[in-house]
Design a protein around this ligand. Structure first.
Ligand code: PLP
Length: 405
């Protein structure tokens, strides 16, 4: 007989952090409350009704009429894998625009999936010039074009409309990563002519991590239906999943019930706020933070203001300052979580995210004053007052915009 010695688990006490990094973000208490309930079955009529609401809410958020719109069970990378695995077959030409870490992840996935991948690179911290991007698309005539809308590793917002038009000219399918942009900045899937997009719930959508909203238009569905071989990934096969999320209601895999319920509540909150008001809130808070950081004497990584992503601001770590030590002090002394640089930007930048419930004026002032006081303490002569004044000026300029939730 096996003798088990009982292990004593202690009660869990996670800290109450203010999440102003690259994600996850804080979520509205209403979303948390919505999750805390007994699960119901994935084919329960009540759950089927919730699924319909979620699909509708996601269409309204992506601004699309696409029937095949649903949350993939998994985080943003699962959404990425789902989109690419469905579209790519062995030897397919896939053009990936890489201007940061997550573009690089798409290129890696596309290679693993058997694609003949052409990588076009841009310096980290800059956007692609749409004319240059179009030239490469026309030269290569790929089957799939993939790019990141909001590159979380650099804080760059990529203009995509013209690139999408060129992709269509050569009959390519364009896949857009909207993980960090959806719900925080304008994403117009149908107007821009985006064929496929994936996102994640833990950033500007306002739900804990665990789901990846995706959308496929009819051009993309035709590609899926005319594959020579089935999608290599059974779990993410969109045509199989459609039989569950569509009319048929056939079991595919057990939906993460409580996460879907949380997403429903987040979508309800978005509807109550109004999408345009939500974009404006993110824009103004992002602008105030960026102005405040510059006012304090810090430099931003992204030089062109029109390419700065309001929901994620990247700032250069001043010479002589220990990047990790400052982040640790923010966490330990103020409960504030910010992000470090990734890849070549490791140790070079800090990443401040103001996404979803975290995008609030109070967090902007807290971030500026906490960072400023720590930097002064660490020997960097920054002017906290000037930073706060610069942020305040932005709010004065946008009086009337609701910047708290
Ligand atoms: N794409 C972008 C732009 C991201 O920022 C992230 C995560 O931060 C991902 C993809 C991957 O998402 P996840 O970490 O949720 O798997």
């Amino acid at each position: 007989m096996i003798e088990f010695e009982q292990k004593v688990w202690h009660d869990l006490a996670t800290p109450n952090r203010i999440l102003i990094g690259p994600g996850p973000s804080n979520v509205d208490p209403r979303v948390l409350q919505a999750m805390v309930r007994q699960p119901i079955g994935h084919l329960d009529p009540n759950f089927l009704a919730i699924m319909d609401e979620v699909k509708d809410g996601l269409r309204r958020l992506f601004l699309t009429e696409n029937d095949l719109t649903f949350p993939v069970s998994g985080t943003g990378s699962a959404g990425m894998e789902a989109c690419l695995a469905n579209l790519i077959e062995d030897g397919d030409k896939v053009l990936v625009f890489v201007k940061g870490y997550f573009g690089g992840r798409m290129a890696q996935m596309a290679k693993r999936l058997g694609g003949e991948v052409i990588v076009v690179e841009q310096e980290w911290g800059k956007a692609f010039d749409p004319d240059d991007a179009c030239k490469v698309i026309r030269q290569n005539s790929p089957k799939v074009v993939a790019l990141v809308h909001a590159e979380t590793s650099t804080g760059v917002l990529q203009p995509v409309e013209e690139i999408a038009r060129c992709a269509r000219e050569v009959d390519a399918i364009i896949v857009l990563d909207t993980v960090t942009s959806l719900g925080g900045v304008q994403v117009l899937i149908d107007d821009w002519g985006i064929d496929v997009s994936f996102s994640a719930t833990q950033k500007c959508v306002g739900t804990p991590p665990g789901l990846a909203p995706v959308t496929f238009n009819s051009r993309a569905i035709k590609v899926l239906q005319s594959r020579k071989s089935p999608c290599k990934n059974w779990y993410f096969d969109a045509l199989l999943i459609r039989s569950y999320w569509g009319e048929e209601r056939a079991y595919h895999h057990t939906a993460p019930i409580n996460m879907v319920i949380a997403l429903r509540e987040a979508l309800r909150l978005i509807e109550e706020e109004g999408l345009e008001n939500r974009w404006k809130r993110h824009q103004v808070n992002g602008l105030a933070l960026a102005s405040g950081l510059e006012g304090m004497g810090l430099s931003l990584l992204v030089c062109e203001p029109e390419h700065r992503l309001p929901v994620l601001t990247t700032v250069l770590v001043p010479d002589g300052i220990d990047d990790a030590r400052v982040r640790m002090r923010l966490l330990n002394e103020f409960n504030l979580e910010i992000g470090a640089g990734l890849g070549p930007l490791k140790g070079q930048i800090w990443r401040f995210g103001l996404m979803g419930y975290s995008s609030q004026r109070r967090n902007v002032f807290l971030a500026l004053s906490a960072l400023g006081s720590i930097l002064k303490d660490e020997g960097f002569p920054c002017s906290v007052d000037e930073g706060l004044d610069a942020a305040q000026q932005v709010y004065r300029n946008y009086e009337g915009v609701t910047v708290e939730v």
